[in-house]
Design a binder for this molecule. Structure first.
Ligand code: SF4
Length: 269
């Protein structure tokens, strides 16, 4: 039960409700702001979005979700991952000057009234520690060694890294792009090490070369708690009719979270 996502833990319902209340000193958030939560977030945050006319997104559908959000209200509060919000918003043509980072440890997110009014996207100050380690210098070094090589990054990576990449997209997009590339292709990939490792092994057999972006590996300790042994243990118990570590969401949260999730399914088609 201790498996999880340290990025998701950077946004709690208390802090998000506090932000909503502080924003209400500047504008009416339920009229002006669509809350969007990344799928890596607690159920009660999905419920918060459902309750406040918001939506859930994944890295695959973030653009469509942002487009829908702006068709509803003029601004977006995007949590918990600032990078996905920034990279997606920028790719849609929203300049960085119209994005503000909400520091959840400071009163009013550390923002002035003017900054809140000027922002189209208010980005929660959360991040994935695995993707945050990738740096533009890693790309420079790779390009110096392999001028013909291509670079692909996940949108949870920092803005400067995504800007230097040849392509940016979800895990599925990364897998597809490498799969469809010609024999002899070389890729530097900025995402989680296990995926890159698997892709490197498969690609090698197809005559392609895949490199991990960072020189040091920062494992995701919370995700690593999901391992084959425990998965097998849970499945064997299920077969025997026993539910291990059942997660229960209170009915009201479940209903409101479902609204935000169903909205995402409608928007992403
Ligand atoms: S790598 Fe770990 S911290 Fe980052 S998004 Fe995945 S589960 Fe969360």
């Amino acid at each position: 039960l201790s498996a999880g996502c340290s990025m998701a833990d950077m946004a709690s319902l208390d802090k998000v409700e506090q932000a909503w209340q502080e924003l209400s000193a500047v504008l009416n958030p339920d009229e002006s702001i669509t809350p969007i939560t990344y799928i890596n977030s607690a159920a009660n945050l999905k419920a918060f979005c459902g309750k406040h006319g918001g939506i859930v997104c994944t890295s695959s559908n973030a653009k469509k979700v942002l487009e829908w959000a702006f068709s509803q209200r003029e601004k977006v509060l995007f949590f918990p991952d600032q990078h996905l919000g920034r990279n997606t918003g920028y790719a849609m043509g929203i300049p960085l000057e119209q994005m503000a980072v909400w520091d959840f440890d400071k009163p009013n997110g550390g923002l002035t009234k003017q900054q809140i009014e000027a922002a189209k996207i208010i980005l929660w100050d959360g991040f994935c520690s695995v993707h945050q380690q990738f740096q533009p210098e890693h790309i420079d070094q790779y390009r110096a060694n392999y001028p013909e090589g291509k670079v692909i990054s996940h949108p949870e990576a920092p803005f400067e890294v995504c800007q230097k990449s040849d392509a940016v997209g979800s895990t599925e997009f990364i897998i597809q792009t490498v799969k469809e590339s010609p024999v002899g292709s070389r890729w530097l990939i900025g995402t989680e090490i296990n995926l890159v490792d698997r892709l490197a092994k498969q690609s090698k057999a197809e005559g392609k070369f895949v490199h991990y972006m960072a020189p040091v590996v920062c494992m995701c300790s919370t995700m690593y708690r999901i391992d084959p042994q425990h998965l097998l243990w849970v499945l064997e118990n299920l077969v025997a009719g026993k539910v291990i570590n059942q997660i229960k969401v209170n009915p009201q949260d479940a209903e409101q979270a479902r609204l935000a999730l169903e909205q995402m399914l409608v928007v992403s088609g």
